[in-house]
Design a protein around this ligand. Structure first.
Ligand SMILES: NCCC[C@H](NC(=O)CCC(=O)O)C(=O)O
Ligand SMILES: NC(=O)OP(=O)(O)O
Length: 317
C-alpha cells in the first residue's frame, strides 16, 4: 500500500480485516517496523480519537510521531494554484508539503469539508494537493468526502460482533444542531457495500448522499421500517448534499431511542463519536449493553496500525 486515501487503495478487503484482527491479538509483534522512521499527523480540524489512536498505533509499530495543528500552530495554508497570496494565507501547500515530507516518512492529514462549495469539497482539493506535493505516503484522517480509517474500524467491529455471515446493517441519519460533513456516512456506505453486507441507508427525504456514495445501497425513508430486523444500527448526522452544507432538518423524531432499538434483531448501536447525547441518540442507548461505541473507538488503533504497517512494509528503507 503506497498511500491510504480511500477504499480504492485497498487491494483485498477481507485480507485487510483479517490482518487487523491478527494485529489486535498481538499489537507489539511489529514493534521494530517503524524504527528510525517517523510520521507527521497534520490536523486542520479538532480530533480526540484520530489523534490519539494514530499516536498509539505508531507507538505499537515503533514509529515516532509529531503532531501539527495547522489552525493553532502552523501557518494558514493556501491550496489553490496561481492565486495572489495577499490575504490571510501565509504559506502555500507546495512549500509546506515539500518541507514536511523532507522531515518525515509518512504524512497523515485531517481536513474536513468546508461545506461552502460542493464542487470544491468533492474534488478533494486539500487531500489531492497533499498527495500531489508530498513525495512520501499520505494517510487520510478524514477528508472532505471520506473517513476511511473510521469505516475500516467500523468493519473490524462488525466482524467481531456479527452473529451471521451477512448481517443487516443500517445507517441512519440523526438530527444535529450543526452542519456536519457527509464524510463518515460516505465511507461507511462504501465499506459496508464492499464487505457485501445487507446494507440500508435511512434518512428524511431530501437528505440523499451523492449517488456514487449510495451505490447499490437500499434507501428507506421510513426509519422504523429500516430498523426492523437490523443487526447493527449506525447513527450519523450529515448536512444536506443537494442544498449543499445546509441543515434542512433538525427533526428530533429521527433521534435513535431505546424504543426504536427494540425493533431491531437485538441490534448493536454504533457511532463514530463524538456524539451528542439526547440529540443524536438517547443517553440510555449509549449506556445500554446494545451500544458498542467504545469497542468501535478502540478499533481505531487497529485500523490505523494495519494501514501504517502496510505502508511501512511497502516503503521499507
Ligand atoms: N471524526 C468523526 C466525526 C467528525 C465530525 N463531527 C463533528 O464535527 C461533531 C462536532 C459537534 O458535535 O459539534 C463529522 O461529523 O465529520
Ligand atoms: N471518530 C473520530 O474520528 O473521532 P475524532 O474526530 O475525535 O478524531
Amino acid at each position: 500500500m503506497n498511500s491510504f486515501l480511500s477504499i480504492n487503495d485497498v487491494e483485498n478487503l477481507p485480507a485487510l480485516v483479517q490482518e487487523a484482527l491478527e494485529i489486535k491479538k498481538n499489537p507489539h509483534v511489529y514493534s521494530d517496523l517503524g524504527r528510525q522512521r517517523s510520521m507527521c499527523l497534520i490536523f486542520l480540524n479538532p480530533s480526540l480519537r484520530t489523534r490519539l489512536s494514530s499516536q498509539k498505533a505508531a507507538f505499537n509499530l515503533g514509529l515516532d510521531t509529531a503532531v501539527l495543528d495547522v489552525g493553532s500552530q502552523g501557518w494558514n495554508l493556501e491550496f489553490a494554484d496561481g492565486v495572489v497570496m495577499d490575504g490571510d494565507k501565509a504559506e502555500h501547500i507546495k512549500e509546506a508539503a515539500a518541507v514536511i515530507s523532507s522531515y518525515f516518512d509518512v504524512v497523515a492529514i485531517r481536513a474536513f469539508a468546508k461545506l461552502q462549495d460542493r464542487e470544491e469539497d468533492y474534488s478533494e482539493q486539500v487531500m489531492s494537493a497533499f498527495k500531489e506535493y508530498c513525495p512520501v505516503p499520505v494517510i487520510n484522517m478524514e477528508s472532505s468526502t471520506g473517513h476511511p480509517l473510521q469505516a475500516f474500524a467500523d468493519l473490524i467491529t462488525i466482524e467481531e460482533h456479527k452473529k451471521v455471515e451477512k448481517p443487516k446493517v443500517v445507517l441512519t441519519w440523526a438530527p444535529h444542531p450543526k452542519a456536519l460533513p457527509q464524510a463518515v456516512a460516505n465511507s461507511f456506505s462504501q465499506w459496508m457495500q464492499a464487505a457485501n453486507f445487507d446494507f440500508t441507508i435511512t434518512h428524511p427525504e431530501g437528505y440523499e448522499l451523492a449517488d456514487e456514495m449510495v451505490g447499490n445501497a437500499k434507501v428507506e425513508y421510513d426509519q422504523a421500517k429500516a430498523f426492523e430486523g437490523a443487526d447493527f444500527i449506525y447513527a450519523k448526522n450529515w448536512s444536506n448534499y443537494k442544498d449543499y452544507g445546509k441543515v434542512v432538518s433538525k427533526d428530533s423524531n429521527w433521534m435513535v431511542t431505546q424504543q426504536k432499538m427494540q425493533l431491531t434483531n437485538a441490534g448493536k448501536f454504533m457511532h463514530c463519536l463524538p456524539v451528542r447525547r439526547n440529540v443524536v441518540v438517547e443517553g440510555a442507548v449509549l449506556d445500554s449493553d446494545q451500544s458498542i461505541v467504545i469497542p468501535q473507538a478502540t478499533n481505531r488503533i487497529f485500523s490505523m496500525q494495519t494501514v501504517t504497517k502496510k505502508i511501512l512494509e511497502s516503503t521499507h528503507s
